[in-house]
Design a protein around this ligand. Structure first.
Ligand code: C2E
Ligand code: MG
Ligand code: MG
Length: 728
């Protein structure tokens, strides 16, 4: 199309600037000669040929601006030449003036029928012909200009995907541009049926709107703009933007409706895409923080008006950092994407919290990834706050089965914090912040759990911040101390070991318990140096006791799972033991099931190395974790410590009793010793003794004690024992 316009343009320039070229076709040489001279004289450029065939050839080589064509020639007649010319592409544009010898009406009619523009009779009167030629050439230039500007308009319409139309109010004639037909996916058709065909492509639901817009333009003579959808014959859907206005006759009476229609489909699609990208997370395709806040804002507005509640669930994966570090970031990324999938699946059925007839209210767009391993779920309409707990549980359950990612089986759990509008906040910020706080509380509760927000939590998180701040200086300022708690043989009552338990004397807070600061130290990455300090303190204490000949039983130290993450733990412990100058058998180590949650193989290797050095390993808090029995078989440990939660109620709860007894039996079957933690009553002790539990630890015998008190206890026990020994 562009070529054609260029061609037209050139032609107009030729006509305006250069001498117009005139092709003279006549078998009579004298006519050719006369015309050639006359044309030249008039400033035109003549080209002469003597036959119809030569004329066609000359035209094909370089089309002239005008042709003077003799009717009667040997071979092709002028009529035939004219017909053939008109059949050529571009052949209908050049003016052809027929030269006839006779002035009969049949010849003139035939001339026009074959496509001639005008005719002159021979003998030619040059003056008249000269004026006619000038007139024809000028008309031709204007025609070309008009064509050129039409082409340009069509081209501009094509580039901007704009079609135009007009409807004549007086004649009822409708005319539309090529582009308009193209946009509508229709072939150009005649006026009446064409308009109907165009109207039929309008989406049925938008027809009323379109009709009203046109009416308003008509009745109020004011321009209108509107968008509507369109279904094309090929089934594709498009979006059109239309503008319509009225145009008037010079006397002010309405003449036409004129309109343009622009195809906005692509632009809308791009806008949609940009909007999607700016509001969604590329990794999981879930919404991002921005979208979530918008959705939450909307839900708050609706809940406020409707007088109902809305819920926010804030999920954070437990120990996600470790997964990234152990398996690499690409596995971490796949895990996040998989978690997103499971979230969508598990929340999709959450109609129980919304009105069941509008289950779509919890659609996947209500789930967002806020960043990292944090996800948020919006439940816009909550009937019963407790049902939020059900959704939280379902989410946690959905994470339960292992993820298999790039050949790895990855186990992950999450912690969920829950806030409810309006109880826990009236704006998105507060609801999100408090849900985050509740999520942290869930983590502190032992992870893989959910927590509703409570105002108290903010005090707790403030305390947590304070502890964080103080913890950094505590080691340097020697604020830690180890207390020791005896482990006693259940049958004989003899002290067989001590467990070192960390205490923190903080000048302002007083004594802070390990449950309050060890998880924080773990998260802050302080636990490795703190753990080393505990190992050194315990080993030096054991060395001191050995030198002084008191408390000559092994000392146990608790190891945090975090301490296994830095490679070479066994070597580090061995070095500490060596420096203290005690035999390795004097040190016991206690681990929890948490150590095997990630990269069990590495942990098992490290534990085997520790045992090979001669130290014994106990599995602490047994029964509270979630490792399977098959892990227990693989774990190289010597002792099971039954968590005090099972011991507490063995007198009253038959199930707890059965469990404790079962654990002892299981340990025995696997060749492990058993230690009961938290024994507080004589009745508990008696039962455990009856079940053949090996050792106990608990307030019944002694609380954890600072060193001087412990030495006193030891000496007291031993002098008693000695006094009980038969003399002689
Ligand atoms: P754990 O290793 O299971 O330690 C036993 C906990 O039970 C101690 O709490 C002890 O004071 C408590 N306990 C002992 N007998 C009784 C009883 O008869 N009744 C009751 N109700 N409780 C009893 P503690 O000292 O607060 O330590 C809590 C946890 O902190 C320990 O649990 C251990 O997991 C951790 N922890 C303590 N010291 C260290 C340490 O040096 N390093 C590491 N990584 N963790 C430590
Ligand atoms: Mg312990
Ligand atoms: Mg324990």
């Amino acid at each position: 199309m562009g070529d054609r316009v260029d061609g037209e343009h050139r032609k107009v320039e030729d006509l305006a600037k250069k001498r117009p070229r005139v092709l003279v076709v006549d078998d009579d040489q004298s006519v050719r000669h006369t015309l050639e001279r006359a044309l030249e004289h008039d400033g035109l450029e003549p080209q002469t040929v003597s036959s119809g065939e030569a004329a066609l050839q000359a035209f094909d080589e370089c089309p002239p601006h005008l042709i003077l064509l003799d009717v009667q020639m040997p071979g092709m007649s002028g009529f035939q030449v004219c017909e053939e010319l008109r059949a050529r592409p571009n052949g209908d544009e050049v003016p052809v003036v027929m030269m006839t010898g006779m002035e009969d009406s049949l010849a003139i009619q035939t001339a026009y029928d074959s496509g001639a523009t005008d005719f002159v009779t021979k003998p030619i009167q040059w003056l008249i012909l000269s004026h006619r030629l000038r007139y024809l050439l000028r008309a031709d230039t204007n025609l070309h200009r008009l064509r050129e500007s039409q082409e340009r308009i069509a081209n501009a319409q094509r580039l901007s995907q704009v079609g135009s139309w007009e409807f004549d109010l007086e004649t009822g004639l409708f005319n539309a541009s090529d582009m308009l037909w193209e946009i509508h996916g229709l072939e150009r058709t005649d006026a009446a049926s064409g308009m109907k065909a165009l109207a039929e492509t309008v989406h049925p639901s938008d027809r009323d709107h379109l009709r009203r817009s046109l009416q308003s333009c008509w009745q109020q003579s004011s321009p209108v703009r509107f968008d509507h959808r369109m279904c094309r014959a090929d089934g594709s859907k498009r979006i059109l933007h239309c503008q319509v206005q009225m145009s008037f006759d010079p006397d002010g009476s309405p003449a036409r409706l004129e309109g343009i229609a622009q195809d906005l489909t692509e632009r809308k699609r791009t806008e949609e895409q940009v909007r999607f990208l700016s509001s969604h997370d590329a990794l999981t395709s879930l919404g991002n923080r921005r979208l979530f806040r918008e959705r939450l804002d909307l839900a708050i507005g609706q809940a406020h008006q409707g007088g109902w509640k809305a819920g926010v669930l804030y999920l954070d994966l437990d120990h996600f950092k470790r997964i990234n570090e152990t398996f690499g970031h690409s596995v971490g990324d796949s895990l996040l994407a998989e978690v997103a999938n499971r979230l969508v699946m598990s929340v999709r059925g959450a109609d129980l919290v919304t009105r069941s007839d509008r289950a779509e209210e919890v659609d996947s767009s209500a789930i967002s990834r806020l960043g990292g391993d944090e996800f948020c779920i919006l439940l816009p309409r909550v009937r019963d706050v407790q049902s939020l707990a059900a959704v939280a549980r379902r989410i946690l359950d959905a994470l339960e089965s292992p993820f298999s990612l790039a050949g790895h089986e990855v186990v992950v759990s999450g912690s969920v914090g829950i806030t409810v509008y309006p109880n826990d906040g009236e704006d998105p910020e507060t609801l999100l912040r408090n849900a985050d706080t509740a999520m942290y509380a869930a983590k502190e509760q032992g992870r893989n759990s959910y927590q509703f927000y409570a105002e108290r939590m903010n005090e707790l998180s403030l305390r947590r911040l304070i502890i964080e701040g103080k913890l950094r200086r505590a080691l340097d300022e020697s604020q830690f101390e180890l207390y020791y708690q005896p482990k006693v043989n259940l049958a004989s009552g003899a002290i067989e070991g001590f467990e070192g338990l960390l205490r923190w004397h903080e000048p302002e807070l007083g004594m802070v318990g390990p449950d309050d600061f060890i998880p924080i130290a773990e998260e802050m990455g302080l636990i490795t140096s703190l753990g080393d300090w505990v190992l050194q303190a315990a080993c030096h204490q054991a060395a001191d006791w050995a030198r002084r000949g008191i408390c000559t039983v092994p000392v146990a130290v608790n190891l945090s799972p975090e301490q296994f993450r830095k490679p070479g733990l066994a070597a580090r412990i061995s070095e500490i033991v060596r420096q203290a100058g005690i035999p390795p058998e004097s040190l016991d180590l206690e681990i929890t099931e948490g150590v095997v949650l990630h990269d069990a193989d590495k942990v098992i290797q490290e534990l085997e190395a520790i045992r090979a050095l001669g130290m014994r390993v106990a599995l602490d808090d047994f029964g509270t974790g979630y490792s399977s029995l098959s892990y227990l078989r693989r774990l190289p440990v010597d002792t099971l410590k039954i968590d005090r939660a099972f011991i507490k109620d063995i007198e009253n709860e038959p199930e707890d009793a059965a469990l404790a007894q079962g654990i002892i039996a299981l340990g025995r079957a696997l060749g492990l010793r058993s230690v009961a933690e938290g024994v507080e009553t004589e009745a508990q002790r008696a039962r455990l003794a009856a079940w053949n539990c090996d050792q106990m630890q608990g307030y019944l015998f002694s609380r954890p004690l600072p060193v001087p008190e412990l030495e006193e206890l030891w000496q007291h026990r031993h002098s008693n024992e000695r006094s009980r020994e038969p003399s002689g």
